[in-house]
Design a protein around this ligand. Structure first.
Ligand SMILES: Cc1cc2nc3c(=O)[nH]c(=O)nc-3n(C[C@H](O)[C@H](O)[C@H](O)COP(=O)(O)O)c2cc1C
Length: 212
């Protein structure tokens, strides 16, 4: 596998489909060969949250697979890849992977990654988490899976949503040693702490009616 940089990406039906889209953009920018599979509800959430079409999504990948295509290359360990990212990962897909189900291509490809002892990065999105979600994450973590919830950081002073998204995607790709330059990394510089704050204290009032 000399210099092979081939990564499987799965986008599932959890909120935060932009993390999957941005991950794909960053991987192509880094010259990585991408193998993309999107679940049925992954496609629905992409359309709902970003307005992108299936055609747009397909165009992000070197190879795009239908999630029902269990005969696809990534269904077999004999097709060599460097790892897999499930981003965002729904609690359904998390449960399927944690329990070794293989009834769609995402579950099967993840099962293959685990049996081949290759890196698997899971970006679970749900809030709050119940005990089933947490147990499934522990189960996978014990097998060496990296669980990286899309939690924003503030130490790098994000200016907008794009900064926050890029920071999370950078940290996801760090896990597979794909280093991209989209975010300010921590350097140990605390100088900004001494600056005068520009934060305006707000008054937040409760709503009278939940539908207001
Ligand atoms: C707009 C929208 C947002 C959703 N957000 C989440 C979520 O954040 N986490 C989650 O586990 N499921 C979420 N769901 C539910 C999943 O899409 C659903 O459980 C689906 O069966 C997941 O299937 P998949 O894992 O094959 O994509 C959401 C559904 C919709 C329509």
């Amino acid at each position: 596998m000399d210099n092979l940089r081939r990564i499987v990406v799965a986008i599932t039906g959890a909120s935060g489909s932009i993390f999957g889209i941005r991950t794909m953009e960053a991987l192509s920018g880094a010259g990585i060969e991408t193998h993309l599979v999107v679940s049925k509800w992954g496609l629905q959430t992409i359309q709902h949250e970003t307005g992108l079409s299936i055609k747009d999504v397909k165009s992000l990948a070197d190879i795009y697979y239908d999630s029902n295509n269990l005969g696809a290359a990534i269904s077999s360990g004999s097709f060599r890849v460097d790892g897999m990212i499930i981003v965002p990962c729904s609690m359904r897909t998390l449960a399927a992977v944690a329990n070794g189900l293989g009834d769609n291509l995402i579950h099967r490809a993840a099962d293959v990654i685990l049996k081949e002892s290759l890196p698997l990065v899971i970006v679970p999105r749900e809030s709050p988490l119940n005990q089933i979600h947490l147990q499934n994450m522990i189960r996978l973590s014990k097998m060496g899976v990296t669980i990286i919830p899309p939690i924003p950081a503030f130490y790098n002073h994000p200016k907008n949503l794009d900064d926050m998204i890029n920071h999370i995607v950078t940290r996801i790709l760090d896990q597979l040693n794909v280093v991209i330059k989209t975010t300010r990394r921590w350097t140990g510089d605390m100088k900004v702490q001494n600056k005068k704050s520009t934060y305006k204290i707000q008054t937040i009032k409760p709503v009278k009616d939940i539908n207001d």
